[in-house]
Write a protein of this length. Structure first.
Length: 107
C-alpha cells in the first residue's frame, strides 16, 4: 500500500469514527438488545412482537415524555406501573438512556 493510500484509509476511518449520526444507530441496537435480554417483550410488544400484559412500545411513544419513561424504569420509591413492571435500576446509565431515547425519540 502506498503512502497516499494509507493516508486516505486513515481519513476514511477517522470520518467514520467522528460521524455523529452513528451514535443513534449504536444506541438503537443497544436498546433492542436490552428489550430482548431484559424480558420487556414478556409484557410489552414491539413492532407487533411481544406480550399483551401491558401497552406496546409504539403506544408509549405517543403518550409519554422521556422523563416519564425514565421514572418507570429507575424509581427510588420502587413504584412502577401498577407495581407490575420489574425494577430496572440494575441497568447502567448508558443502558437506561438507550432505552429511554429508543422508546421516545423526541426529546
Ligand atoms: C412483567 C411484565 C413487565 C415487564 C417484563 C416489563 N414491563 Fe413495563 N410495564 C408493565 C406494566 C404492567 C406496566 C404498567 C402500565 C400498564 O398498566 O399497562 C408497565 C409500564 C411501563 C412503562 C410506562 C408505560 C405507560 O403507559 O405508562 C414503560 C415505559 C415500560 N413499562 C417500559 C418497560 C421496559 C423498557 C421494560 C424492559 C426493560 C419493561 N417495561 C418490562 C409490565 C412489564
Amino acid at each position: 500500500m502506498s503512502m497516499a493510500q494509507r493516508v486516505s484509509w486513515l481519513l476514511i476511518l477517522a470520518s467514520i469514527a467522528a460521524f455523529p449520526a452513528n451514535s443513534h444507530a449504536v444506541n438503537d441496537g443497544l436498546a433492542r438488545k436490552l428489550i430482548n435480554s431484559q424480558g420487556c417483550k414478556a409484557c410489552h410488544a414491539l413492532e407487533g412482537d411481544g406480550g399483551t400484559l401491558s401497552v406496546s412500545f409504539e403506544s408509549m411513544r405517543t403518550r409519554l415524555s422521556r422523563t416519564e419513561i425514565r421514572l418507570q424504569l429507575v424509581n427510588q420509591a420502587g413504584i412502577h406501573g401498577n407495581n407490575a413492571i420489574p425494577d430496572f435500576s440494575h441497568l447502567d446509565k448508558t443502558e437506561i438512556d438507550a432505552l429511554v431515547v429508543f422508546i421516545q425519540p423526541i426529546p
